[in-house]
Design a protein around this ligand. Structure first.
Ligand SMILES: [Zn+2]
Length: 163
């Protein structure tokens, strides 16, 4: 079982990101400033497929958007703890000091933002994700309220049941 909020599954190679220092978060931004398509991946040096001897243009790694112009990324360890909470919330409710003309969240899809938040901060959510669809079709969530679905004990039990 993954260590809660300390280990992740790479969205590219599906391998283990064993420490926050080994990961990155990447996303895209549109011309209107909206951000979307968040991914948690291995940092280049920790990508299982990384070859440090390859030419930079031909290097293989776990990034999805490395060669996309509207690409942003940041180290996963910078999203840990309260600093991470502050960073994530700046996507949906930036400070009036810096953005007095606020016109809504910077994230294109708040549900996608919530998914990223849960992966980073809700214990056992990352470990439960691979089994989510199976659990859903199995009726595992039947009768549970929205908040009960995401409780750590519900998710931990889901992982134990389906892994
Ligand atoms: Zn990877």
């Amino acid at each position: 079982m993954l260590k809660p909020c300390a280990e992740w599954i790479c969205d590219k190679c599906l391998g283990l990101i064993a420490r926050p220092e080994e990961g990155s978060i990447e996303w895209l931004y549109d011309e209107d400033g909206k951000v979307h398509s968040f991914k948690i991946v291995h940092r280049k040096l920790f990508s299982p497929i990384f070859d440090k001897n390859a030419h930079p243009d031909e290097q293989k790694h776990c990034y999805h958007y490395d060669r996309v112009k509207s690409h942003m990324d940041d180290h996963l360890d910078r999203f840990m703890g309260m600093a991470g909470v502050v960073k994530l919330f700046s996507f949906i409710g930036p400070s009036p000091v810096l953005k007095p003309d606020y016109k809504g969240p910077q994230v294109k899809d708040p549900r996608e933002w919530a998914e990223l938040y849960r992966r980073l901060f809700q214990p056992h959510y990352e470990a439960a994700r691979p089994f989510w669809e199976h659990a859903e079709t199995d009726g595992y969530f039947k009768g549970l309220s929205e908040s009960n679905i995401y409780l750590p004990e519900t998710l931990e039990n889901l992982v134990k049941t389906y892994s």
